[in-house]
Design a protein around this ligand. Structure first.
Ligand code: CP
Length: 314
């Protein structure tokens, strides 16, 4: 038995404060390994992890694979493109065949909300959601929170604004659940067409003016406009218009020059975020990416039954 209450990581909804802190503290310990000349420990030797990506990814996929290798697990990578999915094989058949080759854990990205939960019903392996449609992206939420804690300390009462495509961005929901559990004061901001109705019920403030979000926040988590999920539904006139009203620019940040800038990537430069802000002194975007490997090491370790990390393990 591990020390987490959860057996799978499907989302941050319902994950207790205790479990969140355990994952974040474990990630801080593993973070040290990434700074060493030999970035490897034998912790997951003998475990086999399948990374199943039914949707494109750069950061999450490479980050999980590196995390697995840093922990000495055996890994196998599957992409839907080039697989028998193109011959009509179902998700259930695909994953059951891969599990029959004797694996222990599955990391899954899929375009359908609920896909990771569905896998818990088909498989005996531990399931980690690497992004399911517009639902959740829990390890992204965790790495954002790890970076915020590093920069701002305890998040109780800290003001975090999530700006952009709240309706279609899975990062928004995972951030909201995790941040609220840790006591942060959360605002979401974007055009009304990109903010889900009744989102206030999650305990967040809502603003339709990016200037208000910038003024409010200790940190801005700027989200990408998810054009691929909006199906050309015309939720705002043009990308240029979006940038004019909601783009985070150097000029706008004069309202609150010290605000910390996060973005989960990939960035649409010149749309939600201007280049000089993305690459500026207040940006912690690449630190988020580094922390992503540590967070994923922590999640893999703890869900495989790992206990509190000791000095001997790192
Ligand atoms: N942040 C994120 O999930 O990026 P990828 O889509 O490249 O994995």
């Amino acid at each position: 038995m591990g020390i987490l209450k959860i057996n799978h990581l499907l989302g941050l909804e319902g994950v207790s404060q205790n479990d969140l802190i355990t994952i974040l503290d474990t990630a801080n310990s593993f973070r040290q390994i990434l700074e060493r000349p030999v970035k490897k420990v034998p912790t997951l030797r003998g475990k086999t992890i399948a990374n199943l990506f039914f949707e494109n990814s750069t950061r999450t996929r490479v980050s999980f694979e590196l995390a697995e290798k840093r922990l000495s697990a055996d890994t196998v990578n599957f992409s839907a493109s080039g697989s028998s999915v193109s011959k009509g094989e179902t998700l259930k058949d695909t994953v059951r065949n891969i599990e029959a080759m004797k694996i222990d854990m599955v990391v899954c990205r899929h375009s359908s909300p609920g896909a990771a939960k569905y896998l818990t019903e088909c498989l005996d392996s531990v399931i980690i959601n690497a992004g399911d449609g517009s639902h959740e992206h829990p390890t992204q939420g965790l790495l954002d929170i790890m970076t915020l804690r590093e920069k701002l300390g305890d998040l109780e009462g800290k003001k975090i604004a999530i700006v952009g495509d709240i309706a279609f961005g899975r990062v928004a929901l995972s951030n909201i659940y995790g941040l609220k559990t840790l006591g942060a004061d959360v605002m979401v901001c974007g055009p009304s067409t990109l903010i889900p109705r009744n989102i206030e019920e999650l305990g967040v403030k809502v603003s339709y003016r990016v200037e208000e979000a910038i003024e409010f926040a200790d940190a801005l988590n700027v989200l990408r406009i998810q054009l691929e999920r909006q199906n050309g539904t015309g939720l705002f006139p043009t990308l240029r218009e979006y940038n004019r009203f909601f783009g985070v620019s150097k000029e706008r940040l004069k309202i609150n020059p010290d605000v910390l800038i996060l973005h989960p990537g990939p960035i649409n430069r010149g749309v939600e975020l201007d280049s000089d802000v993305a690459d500026g002194n207040s940006s912690v975007i690449l630190e988020q990416v580094t922390n992503g490997v540590a967070v994923r090491m922590a999640v893999l370790y703890l869900l495989s039954g790992g206990q509190e990390v000791t000095d001997e393990q790192i």
